[in-house]
Design a protein around this ligand. Structure first.
Ligand SMILES: [Zn+2]
Length: 160
């Protein structure tokens, strides 16, 4: 009843969801990636099913396009999209779509990790949602690289 990880997928398959523990680390191969990882952005929201708080971090990665965005702009869009009552999956897609249109990158990926006050004891793992647009939408390698980078970032291995 309290589950959030029910395999939700948007029409078009742009949105995947998986328990964080099952994420596989991509084998390194391609040197010199152009994927730019934005510093993780924290958020707070209310889950639409139980009206209880959930919070977490939003990871954004993109391949440079024509536009530049100020770092503050990323935080601003996350704040705007997490306001009020939300479903994490929809929030992920909305942030990705906004960036896709405003930042006009060649590709963009959004990964959100949410922890839920309504989650029952023993299911402490964060819920992870993903959305990809642009060239990353159809690039399994690019998607793996993005997820891998966010995992490394979590462990404090890379990124400033
Ligand atoms: Zn809930």
């Amino acid at each position: 009843m309290l589950r959030h990880d029910n395999g939700f997928a948007l029409a078009g398959g742009s949105l995947l969801q998986f328990p964080i523990g099952r994420t596989r680390t991509a084998e390194s191969g391609s040197g010199g990636s152009e994927l730019v990882l934005v510093r993780p952005i924290p958020f707070h929201s209310l889950c639409e099913r139980h009206l209880l708080s959930f919070h977490g971090v939003v990871h954004v990665g993109y391949l440079h396009g024509e536009n530049q965005l100020d770092p503050a702009e990323f935080a601003r869009i996350v704040q705007a999209c997490s306001r009020g009552i939300q479903a994490q999956q929809r929030m992920t897609a909305r942030i990705g779509l906004w960036l896709h249109h405003q930042l006009a990158p060649r590709g963009v990926g959004v990964l959100i990790e949410g922890e839920y006050a309504c989650a029952t004891a023993g299911r402490g793992a964060p819920t992870t949602t993903l959305a990809f647009y642009g060239s990353l939408r159809h690039s399994a390698d690019g998607q793996r690289e993005f997820v891998s980078l966010t995992r490394q970032e979590q462990k404090g291995i890379v990124r400033q």
